[in-house]
Write a protein that binds this ligand. Sequence first.
Ligand code: ATP
Ligand code: MG
Length: 368
Amino acid sequence: MDLSYPKEILFQSIDERINFFEKRTMAHPKLVDSYEDLMGKVDVLSGKGKVLLVYGPSGVGKSTLLKKVRSEFITKFYDDMLEDKGLIPVLSLEAFAPEDGKFDWIDFYTEALRNLDEILIEEKRLPLHEIGVTVPNEKTKRKLRHSLINAVKYRKVKVILIDEAQHMTKVANSKGLRNHMDAIKSLASIFGIPIILFGTYELLSFRNINGQLGRRTTEIHFSRYNSEKVDEIKAFKYVLLYFQKSYPLLEEPDLINEWKYFYKHTIGCVGTLKDWLNDTFNSKMKDNIETKTLVLSDFKRFEPTIDQAYVMASEITSGETQLIEQKEEKENKLNSWLKLDEKEENSEPKSINKRPGERKPKRDKTGT
Ligand SMILES: Nc1ncnc2c1ncn2[C@@H]1O[C@H](COP(=O)(O)OP(=O)(O)OP(=O)(O)O)[C@@H](O)[C@H]1O
Ligand SMILES: [Mg+2]
């Protein structure tokens, strides 16, 4: 990978230099792997109503991955878009954090329709109270859902990307969780296109609902760099090297030698790291135009605190453990339901019964 940048940037204005560094994106191994895995799966699923879950820690780069997928779709359908002005190949939107603790489908449908340039949305959002009559929320929801189904068809949408999708898991009880996932699956099935949910490990609660739903989902784990794995430490150091060489400064700062410090405060999440490096550069440049380089004390001013790192690490550990436990638990249950272990044991005695020295039954070679 080419780590250099055009040196004339060094002579540009502060804002241009800050902007240059902020825009600098690294195609690091975890991002590339997740992207390729995702695009491969979307290819197989295109034209099928399936739900794809992309989960990972906060600040790992999930929204960056979403943007990459979005721009890939726009490039792919660019010529078609020129020919058909109504075509919107990708619908991408964010699931809002619920104000009252429960995810609001009316807001979600409204936002989706807005993204598809649907006119007259407000008319479909029936007022909750008309003169003396309460118009049920359900009616508004049904109306908006129906419009969205039509709009997705009319706009020939190929894929739907939903960021911050962990907010869709916010419900009062487990029945509510199932209803939400049912609603998403049924939309995917009616649209006949993949719906991709990007979110934190909270999305994992959607995985565990039931088998019928399970068949309709595929998933991708976009994980952080794990310091317990030698090759992942190496990759994390390479990310640091890339950014250290990307600073438009006369002298390259030394991030690599401090890799443990940067790792400890980011838990190996590239997005968290990049935000931190951006803030440090931005502030130092604005304080002093003559800045030649950055030193450790500059980074310390903007570091994610140990308290913040602790919270991040706890969330990550709990997400990663949940993934392992869910897998083990399911495998154990499956084995016990299918009695696979016992069957294997039962089939053993035939060969065990052989007398020592006796050959396995096998056809002898005949002829010359
Ligand atoms: N590979 C990368 N190269 C450069 N910058 C990156 C990269 N990945 C992420 N960033 C930057 O890091 C910041 C955080 O990344 P992003 O928003 O994608 O993370 P996220 O996983 O969506 O976080 P959250 O869980 O908080 O939504 C953004 O400013 C983004 O531009
Ligand atoms: Mg995000």
